[in-house]
Ligand binder design. Structure first.
Ligand SMILES: [Zn+2]
Length: 314
C-alpha cells in the first residue's frame, strides 16, 4: 500500500463564483466527503499559501495583482467564465500552495503520493491570464517548484481532464525538462491541444472525439501517452486530475466511467515506480457533476493508495 497525504484548505470553499456557476464550492465539498468516507485513515494537511516567489516562477506580476486584489465586495468577471471574489486570493494561494507542499513532501520522502483536493482549478491559467475557471496554474507552480527547488531535470505532467490544459502547455512548451501529456475532447473549450502541437518535442496531445469512451481513452494512453512517459523516465509525476470526462458531466461529451480514471491512475503508479521512486502529486482540476466527480476522485485515490475502492487504507 502506498503512503498518501491529502492536502486541502477550508479557504478553497470561499472562492465565490456566484449563483449557478458550475465551478462551485460544493464540488470540493463532495470530493472531500466522498474520499473521507471511503478512506477515513487518510491524513489531511492544511495547505500553506504559495509565496510570491513560487507564483512568479510561472506567472507575471500583473496576474498576481489581478488575482490578489479583487473588489472588496461582490465579484469581478475576468472573462465570461472566470470570477474573482473577496475569498479568491486566499483560495488561490492555498490551492497553489498545496501543490508546492505536496512536492516538498514527496521529494523529502515524507510520503509516496499526495492528492491535493483544492479549487479553483488551474490548468487553463497562462503566464499572464486567468481563464476557464482557473486563477493560478496550480500544477505548473508545482512543476516549477520541483525544477527550481530540487533541481529535477525530468518532471512529467499527466492531464486527463476532458479539457486541454492550454495554460500548462503554454508555460512549459519550450522547456524540455517538463513533459506534458494530455487526452481531451476535440473541438471544445479551450480549442487547443491539436496533435500537431508538440512544443519542443515535450508535448503530446491526443484529442479524442465526442463520445469517446473507456476503450478509446485507454487505447490512447496505452499506445501513445504511457510509452512517451516511459521513454521520458520522469523523476516526478504530476497529475492534473479532472473528472469531467465522466459520461454524466454536463460540460463535455466523453463517455468515461470512474473505473477509467482508476485504471489510468494505476498505470501511472506503475510508471512512477520505475523511474520516479513512486513519487506522484495529483491536483484536482475539473469535474462538474457532483456525484460523478466524487466517484471519480474515489477511484483515483483508491488507485493512488493501491487499495480497492471502498476500503480504508489502514
Ligand atoms: Zn475540464
Amino acid at each position: 500500500m502506498a503512503r498518501l497525504l491529502g492536502y486541502t484548505h477550508p479557504a478553497c470553499l470561499d472562492h465565490d463564483t456566484g449563483l449557478e456557476h458550475p465551478e462551485c464550492a460544493d464540488r470540493l465539498g463532495s470530493v472531500l466527503e466522498a474520499v473521507h468516507d471511503a478512506f477515513p485513515g487518510i491524513e489531511w494537511i492544511e495547505a500553506p499559501r504559495a509565496t510570491r516567489g513560487q507564483l512568479l516562477r510561472v506567472h507575471d506580476e500583473r496576474l498576481l495583482a489581478t488575482v490578489l486584489s479583487p473588489p472588496p465586495h461582490g465579484t469581478l468577471h475576468l472573462d465570461p467564465d472566470t470570477v474573482v471574489s473577496p475569498g479568491s486570493p486566499e483560495a488561490a494561494l492555498r490551492a497553489a500552495g498545496a501543490g508546492v507542499a505536496a512536492v516538498d513532501a514527496v521529494m523529502h520522502g515524507e510520503t509516496d503520493v499526495a492528492f491535493c483536493a483544492v479549487r479553483p482549478p488551474g490548468h487553463h491559467a497562462t503566464v499572464d491570464a486567468a481563464m476557464g475557471f482557473c486563477l493560478f496554474n496550480n500544477i505548473a507552480v508545482s512543476a516549477a517548484h520541483a525544477l527550481d527547488r530540487f533541481g529535477l531535470g525530468r518532471v512529467a505532467i499527466i492531464d486527463f481532464d476532458v479539457h486541454h490544459g492550454n495554460g500548462t502547455q503554454a508555460i512549459f512548451e519550450h522547456d524540455p525538462r517538463v513533459l506534458y501529456l494530455s487526452t481531451h475532447q476535440a473541438g471544445i473549450y479551450p480549442w487547443s491541444g491539436a496533435g500537431n502541437e508538440r512544443g519542443a518535442g515535450n508535448v503530446v496531445n491526443m484529442p479524442l472525439p465526442a463520445g469517446a469512451g473507456g476503450g478509446a481513452f485507454r487505447q490512447a494512453w496505452r499506445e501513445e501517452l504511457l510509452p512517451a512517459l516511459r521513454s521520458f523516465e520522469p523523476q516526478l509525476v504530476l497529475v492534473s486530475a479532472g473528472f469531467d470526462g465522466d459520461r454524466r458531466d454536463p460540460m463535455a461529451q466523453f463517455d468515461l466511467e470512474p473505473a477509467d480514471f482508476g485504471w489510468l491512475t494505476g498505470e501511472l503508479m506503475r510508471e512512477a515506480a520505475h523511474h520516479a521512486q513512486g513519487r506522484i502529486v495529483s491536483m484536482l482540476e475539473g469535474g462538474y457533476h457532483l456525484g460523478a466527480l466524487a466517484e471519480g476522485a474515489v477511484a483515483h485515490v483508491a488507485a493512488l493508495l493501491e487499495a480497492d475502492a471502498g476500503t480504508g487504507p489502514r
